[in-house]
Design a protein around this ligand. Structure first.
Ligand code: LGS
Length: 447
């Protein structure tokens, strides 16, 4: 048996657009994910978040389910277009939903952990010169974040400025797979910079407001990258791939600069970094209270002269989830060790970890998701080893509480520990939820 520290935070995570539905209610206006998902060919079978898990109407039942599982904390995100449906126009009705949700959580002793931005940028912001491409986005974001701090501030012990800036910038403005679907690397790096800058400015605003008992941090998606061989050229490929996925975000936040090797590489592709203004990096690197880590898989690369990053992905030997991602719990351990060694001794939370598998409801009404249990268990073992060695890991949030709108994959991929029947909106606790309940109750996992 492996015991976890007494105060270890056992959580589950979701995000607004993926679960809420009710996209036209109480004054909400569209986000870039509404328009993107309604554009032909962008998501699996044209799925959208219009209804999703109907959480906007069923939040009480969902909090009840969390209580049943026994979770200590719930990480959710707030939909910006509910709070500011138009530029500069605050919508108290939109805020009310989160007040009710937070009340419900607090009543049941579940700690709310709120993500301010989990990709549902208001369409109005996008319409003003591309959203994050426009430096004014920083101002809009800070106005939004400040309103949240004013209205919900101390009721929320953990504030997360951004979820996965890499996805919100590189995947969205560079690779074009996520909304708004641009394919331009210069834009990707501009968006990344403004997102990071908005993070720093929001942290500053938060400090000025002196909100008692609340902490603020950021969640990054981090993918440890390994060279396919010991060859120097493969090591160089891994260095660049690591710069691309990890250091481009970690370095400015913790070291106050962008990595030089990447600046050099990128400058050949995007030209001048004239969008970085004096003082920006000081702002981006203002001290935070914790780091959120989203971890799903690792990468293995070999040298490829032709590719932008000089790196080509090589499939790893491990088993895969339904997404095709290699399962590699040891890499989570490596990642945490590296963060501790090279970046920070601050508290860390695993703000997402989990897996999609083919789940089926059997005749007896159960979902036997042994593979998911195995996945979570192995990752928890890696986390426990890190803690045993003195690592400052404070909590773990399963992605996800329930099956939901998995972005471009729509509803075809199920990450939940609770099954959602989208026809009836009925929720069923999967075996993994029942197992997680035991883990939380005993504060331990069995070998
Ligand atoms: O639902 C999203 C989950 C699912 O998997 C969530 O909204 C995001 O915050 C997060 O990005 N999520 C996620 N990420 C896994 C990314 C792994 C990429 C590996 C690609 C290898 C080819």
């Amino acid at each position: 048996m492996i015991k976890f520290p007494k105060e270890f935070v056992w959580g589950v995570a979701t995000s607004s657009y993926q679960i809420e539905g009710a996209v036209n209610e109480d004054g909400r206006t569209p986000s870039i994910w509404d328009t993107f998902s309604k554009t032909e060919g962008k998501t699996y079978n044209g799925h959208t978040g219009d209804v999703a898990c109907d959480h906007y109407h069923r939040y009480k039942e969902d909090v009840e389910i969390m209580k049943e599982i026994g979770v200590k904390a719930y990480r959710f995100s707030i939909a910006w277009p509910r709070i500011f449906p138009e530029e500069g126009k605050y919508n108290p009705k939109g805020m009310d939903f989160y007040k009710r949700l937070v009340d419900e959580l607090l009543k049941r002793d579940i700690t709310p952990a709120a993500t301010i931005y989990h990709w549902d940028l208001p369409k109005w912001a996008y319409d003003k010169r591309g959203g994050w491409l426009n430096r004014d986005s920083v101002k809009w974001y800070v106005e939004y974040a400040t309103k949240l701090f004013e209205e919900l501030g101390d009721a929320i012990p953990l504030w997360i400025t951004h979820n996965e800036p890499w996805c919100a910038s590189i995947l969205s403005y560079g690779i074009g797979e996520h909304a708004p679907g641009h394919k331009n690397y210069r834009e990707a790096l501009i968006a990344a910079h403004h997102i990071l800058l908005s993070h720093g400015e929001a942290v500053k605003a938060f400090r000025e407001m002196n909100i008692k008992g609340s902490k603020i941090g950021i969640t990054l998606n981090l993918t440890p990258v390994y060279p396919a061989s010991e060859k120097e050229e493969d090591k160089l490929a891994a260095q660049y791939a690591d710069g691309f996925s990890n250091r481009w975000f970690l370095d400015p936040i913790f070291k106050g600069n962008y990595p030089e090797d990447m600046m050099e590489l990128y400058s050949k592709i995007i030209g001048e970094f004239d969008f970085i203004k004096e003082g920006d990096l000081e702002t981006i690197s203002v001290p935070i209270d914790f780091l959120g880590v989203n971890y799903y898989t690792r990468g293995i690369v070999k040298y490829d002269e032709e590719s932008m990053l000089k790196a080509e992905n090589v499939p790893g030997p491990g088993k895969r989830t339904e997404m095709g991602w290699e399962i590699s719990p040891e890499s989570l351990y490596d990642l945490l060790k590296r963060l501790d060694r090279e970046y920070t001794k601050l508290p860390m939370y695993i703000t997402e970890n989990g897996a999609a598998f083919k789940d089926e409801v059997t005749e007896d009404g159960r979902v036997r998701d042994d593979e998911r249990i195995e996945y979570i268990k192995e990752h928890l073992k890696a986390a426990a080893k890190f803690i045993e060695e003195g690592g400052n890991l404070k909590g773990y949030f399963v992605w996800s509480l329930m099956d939901n709108f998995e972005w471009v994959h729509g509803y075809s991929k199920r990450f939940g520990i609770v099954y959602v029947d989208y026809e009836t909106q009925k929720r069923i606790l999967k075996d993994s939820a029942l197992w997680y309940k035991e883990v939380i109750l005993s504060n331990s996992i069995e070998y």
